[in-house]
Write a protein that binds this ligand. Sequence first.
Ligand SMILES: [Cu+2]
Length: 173
Amino acid sequence: MSPFFFAALLFALWAVVLTVVGLRHPAFPGGEGGARIIAALSFVLAGAGIAAAIVTGVEEEHKKESEARAEEPEAAPPGPRPIRVEVDPRGELRFERERLEATAGTQTVELTNSAPLPHNIGVVGQGLDVVGPTVPRGGTSRVSVPLLPGRYTFYCSVLGHREGGMEGTLVVR
Ligand SMILES: [Cu+2]
């Protein structure tokens, strides 16, 4: 039960009590003092009703706001998380893993280069052949790829790197 509804109910009961008592006792409210008390109580109840209405309104506003916020996605790129791969940090011509897994659909493959040499990320297979930008140490090379179930090869297209060992298998389910 909302506070507004409760206060309204209380106020309605109070009105009924006043009417019944007033009808049964012609002398009601019994002098100036009695009238003042009745008036004061009515005033307090009416005030409580208004306050409760405001509180209920504010609460509902907050509820709406938080619901709206819950529907808004975080400031993240749309779609699933990127498939991440790193370069061997010791500077060898290798990725830190030789096998990546993904689910079918449009995915982002992201290479973080923490090695001294520039590198990039390429994905080839099933009619697809894309290469991201070549980035120096500290950079990120990204490609967006529409993946079908099956096997792809990921590699670095910088001259001599793939031949040197910078390739691996991307398995899509
Ligand atoms: Cu490379």
